[in-house]
Design a protein around this ligand. Structure first.
Ligand code: ZN
Length: 404
């Protein structure tokens, strides 16, 4: 199994000191005052972002083949929006807007309707960028385009291609443009569909809500229960619907592996994947949210257990956020934001410093895999740059396109 991850040999905690101490460059980084580490991470993020823009936008003549946020040019636009939020450099906002604009008409015929994969991502991000730029006409264009999106018959419920991914785009608009931009009269019927289908497939089994994607009952954030429950918690729910969400999360907690990790689907007994998409990390983010929304200690305890799995087996041999070390780092950031416990900030810093210190070299030697989309947001270095930017202000960090 260790071929999937690096054995985590970093200390459980390192005190920060005025003068960096330690035998290796990584130990030095871990002992620096936080502000100094953050400055190094910001510089690295700026350098990587420049490479990402060159590889995914400039080198392809501003006509990238892949449009979506997951591995395509919209992911670069989302990274630039994050960079703008940190640096306030107007050029990032403008370039991000240019990339979205290039996808606008091309995405009109897309059969996909979510934020991460499809038309909703283009219109929602476009609207938020237009609002930031003070361009009212463009804002209205993107908002009316968003409202024209129709969910096709038979659309699934999961996050990457289904109703949950469309609803997430609605929450994103409400957060950045204003509450009620997409009112609950619009999202309500879609939420009802999600609940109805979940109850139907559950058939009153142990888990109140159940879903399938391509014939499999997935549990993870990308295609399964955890991702759908995460989005539902931002929606207006009746008390019965809230109980169904809680019951589904409790079902997953009771049915997890003895190691504390989670199966990728109902029928899987392979305790292998420790990814955001499948396994403990994505489910931990949902449990942190449940602890926050419902104030239930059981969810917090389960999230803490999942974070332990991530600390031991989550330093993956890939850099991205979907199934890489950068994405797994957000589990510690999420727990830090909820609890204020400095040990979680340290763990986030440890994973991030490992990447800062070693990722480029490990990719060059092949010990870390670059993948098919080495500069993308979800699978590549775009995600690592996003994490580095988030680490400059951990209290405001959010797993991209998942934590609202
Ligand atoms: Zn993945």
């Amino acid at each position: 199994m260790a071929d999937r991850f690096f054995v985590n040999e970093m200390p459980d905690f390192v005190e920060e000191t005025e003068v960096a101490g330690g035998e290796s460059s990584l130990e030095n980084l871990l002992s620096l005052p936080y502000q100094e580490t953050a400055e190094k991470l910001l510089q690295a993020a700026l350098d990587i972002s420049e490479t990402v823009v060159n590889k995914t936008w400039i080198d392809v003549g501003s006509r990238p083949k892949n449009p979506d946020l997951y591995t395509g040019s919209l992911g670069t636009a989302f990274l630039l929006f994050k960079k703008y939020q940190v640096t306030k450099d107007r050029r990032d906002l403008d370039l991000s807007g240019d990339i979205v604009k290039a996808r606008d008409s091309a995405s009109k015929g897309s059969p996909f309707v979510t934020f991460i994969c499809g038309r909703a991502g283009v219109c929602a991000l476009g609207a938020v960028l237009a609002k930031q730029s003070g361009d009212r006409k463009l804002l209205q264009h993107y908002l009316s385009s968003f409202k024209e999106i129709k969910l096709p018959t038979g659309v699934p419920n999961e996050l990457l291609y289904g109703r949950a991914g469309y609803l997430w785009a609605c929450s994103f608009l409400n957060k950045h443009i204003g509450e009620g931009t997409i009112p609950s009269t619009h999202t309500g019927p879609i939420v009802k569909d999600v609940i109805r289908e979940g109850r139907h497939l559950s058939n009153k089994a142990d888990c109140p809500l159940m879903y399938e994607w391509y014939g499999k009952k997935y549990w993870g954030a990308a295609h399964g229960l955890a991702g759908i429950m995460h989005v539902l918690m931002d929606m207006e729910l009746t008390p019965e619907e809230q109980e169904d969400v809680k019951g589904s999360l409790r079902y997953m907690i009771h049915s997890r592996f003895p190691s504390g990790n989670y199966p990728s689907s109902v029928d899987s007994d392979a305790d292998k994947l420790v990814h955001w998409c499948h396994g403990a990390p994505g489910i931990a983010l949902t449990l942190v949210k449940a602890a926050q929304v419902f104030g239930d200690e059981q969810f917090l305890r389960a999230a803490v257990d999942a974070a332990e799995v991530v600390w031991n087996r989550g330093l993956l041999r890939r850099v991205g956020i979907c199934h890489g070390a950068s994405g797994n780092t957000y589990v510690f950031l999420s727990l830090y934001r909820l609890t204020g416990n400095a040990e979680y900030l340290y763990r986030a810093k440890a994973f991030t410093c490992f990447l800062l210190d070693r990722a480029q070299r490990l990719i060059e030697t092949g010990e870390m895999r670059g993948g098919d989309h080495p500069f993308s947001l979800f699978e590549g270095q775009g995600g690592m740059a996003y994490l580095f930017l988030d680490m400059t202000n951990p209290a405001e960090s959010r797993f991209p396109a998942y934590e609202i």
